[in-house]
Design a binder for this molecule. Structure first.
Ligand code: C2E
Ligand code: CA
Ligand code: CA
Length: 447
């Protein structure tokens, strides 16, 4: 096996360290798995045949460090961690397997694995003197051992080490765990769900539903929120809470999100051609989509392809997603605004908004999280928060939507608080396109 030492770890164009890539079942490192910033990675052959086990090392709260200290510092930290891992890995191989994740191959470590893990945790937890500043970071480590007498199965070892890593993270980080059978792990059904969902997009099993948003002053519907459902061949109608989190975890949400946006724009265009439903549509954007630097271009591309007017599209971005990186959000929202799309902040009130920064964002609307509206009649605090959001929105000249309005009591409280727009089962549940069209024909929906 080729040894990787710190001199072999060259700095790439983006300042990150050059590291070999994933080990496959064959025991050899195959085609590099291309990641955004590691295109330059050198391919290094690993021979796992005589490995006793692997460790997967992940920097705790790396994203926070990036946000607090800047990406350059984050890159330097990665380089520093890589250097220390190269030093402690000794004659064993190591590689970087993810943005802030590394793997170390262990040999002849059966007796002293725990001691080695602790030594690595301590070594990587020492402060980093990088470019004139000191950065402290902790790591979590998951490890797995080959069952004695069994041939090496690289996939299984890596999977088990990742399960142990998750366990270490769940316990608060800055610790290590060695895999034990029975440790909770991503269930097989979840993997199957991802596969099925990918197929569902291709087989057109997803369907869009539309829920109206009402302007209380005029009594007219001013927007339709697009909500996706899955017509599963055996399980029937599957709701988003059952598959959106899985889609987000697996990255499939990018494909799904694009499908939803394209389909919604096509539907809106069809309604425009029929001369009905002359209102905006609002489409939910997952944090993963919003984090993608090419997101605005992709949206504008879909608008062009489907011939939909940008002014009729609103994008719902969650508060947490916007506040993750306000400067980037400002750039993205400005680019979309300049082309005519409007932005609303979804699930407002549960994230940690900086009001100072909120006022800088060119958004059109705040959507009060359903949880406050649900309890406002019973819980004084929720009522106070709902009132505060409504007043905040008004003073910033934003539309404020109360979501999840289910009964007249809630509606009255909202009217009293001068809320102008509502959405919820009281008015209508999300409906299929055909059902919304029927309501318009029967003049039960006023736009
Ligand atoms: P959300 O964006 O907060 O959407 C509103 C959710 O509240 C919808 O649930 C809607 O059916 C539900 N709702 C509306 N009025 C009421 C009410 O009066 N009472 C109650 N209890 N619920 C009400 P749904 O359709 O199950 O969607 C759940 C979540 O899934 C959405 O929450 C959104 O975060 C996500 N989602 C749905 N479609 C998409 C999509 O196309 N893309 C992305 N990224 N996320 C989506
Ligand atoms: Ca929404
Ligand atoms: Ca919401």
């Amino acid at each position: 096996m080729r040894r990787v030492d710190s001199r072999q770890v060259g700095t790439t164009v983006d300042g990150r360290r050059d590291v070999p890539l994933r080990i496959r079942n064959s025991g050899r490192c195959e085609q590099p798995v291309r990641r955004r910033t590691v295109a330059d990675m050198r391919q290094t052959a690993f021979d796992l045949a005589d490995a006793d086990g692997v460790m997967v090392i992940d920097i705790d709260r790396f994203q926070d460090i990036n946000l607090a200290c800047g990406r350059t510092a984050g890159d330097r930290l990665l380089a520093g961690v890589a250097e220390r891992i190269a030093a402690v890995a000794g004659p064993d191989g190591w590689c970087r397997t993810g943005d802030d994740e590394f793997m170390v191959v262990c040999r002849r470590c059966r007796g002293d694995l725990a001691a080695r893990l602790e030594a690595i945790r301590l070594a990587l937890g020492e402060p980093y003197e990088l470019g004139g500043s000191t950065i402290c970071a902790a790591v979590s480590i998951g490890a797995s051992l080959r069952r004695s007498g069994e041939a090496c199965d690289a996939d299984r070892l890596i999977h088990e080490a990742s399960v142990a890593l998750k366990h270490a993270k769940r316990m608060g980080g800055n610790r290590w765990h060695i895999y034990e059978p029975g440790m909770p792990c991503a269930r097989k059904e979840q993997l199957e769900l991802v596969y099925e969902l990918r197929q569902a997009i291709r087989l057109n099993q997803l369907e869009l539903y539309y829920q109206p948003r009402l302007d209380l002053a005029t009594g007219k519907v001013i927007c339709l929120e697009v909500l996706v459902r899955w017509n599963h061949p055996t399980r029937g109608l599957v709701m988003p809470r059952e598959f959106i989190p899985v889609a987000e975890e697996s990255g499939l949400i990018l494909e799904l999100g694009e499908w939803v946006l394209r389909r919604a724009c096509e539907q809106k265009r069809a309604w425009s051609e029929l001369g009905i439903l002359p209102v905006r549509i609002s489409v939910n954007v997952s944090p993963l989509q919003f984090r993608d630097a090419g997101f605005a271009d992709r949206v504008l591309g879909i608008l062009r392809e489907t011939g939909m007017q940008p002014g009729l599209l609103e994008l719902e971005i969650t508060e947490t997603s916007v506040m993750e990186d306000v400067d980037r959000a400002l750039e993205m929202i400005t680019a979309l605004n300049m082309n005519g799309c409007t932005i609303s902040i979804d699930d407002f009130g549960i994230g940690h908004s900086s009001l100072q920064r909120l006022k800088l964002l060119p958004v059109k609307c705040l959507k009060i999280d359903r949880s406050f509206v649900r309890n406002m009649a019973k819980d004084q605090h929720d009522l106070a928060i709902t009132n505060a959001i409504i007043h905040l929105g008004r003073s910033l000249n934003l539309q404020v939507v109360a979501e999840g309005v289910e009964d007249v009591g809630q509606l009255e409280l909202l009217r009293k608080a001068s809320c102008t727009t509502i959405q919820g089962f009281l008015l209508s549940p999300p409906l299929k396109a055909g059902e919304i069209e029927r309501l318009v024909r029967e003049e039960k929906l006023v736009c």
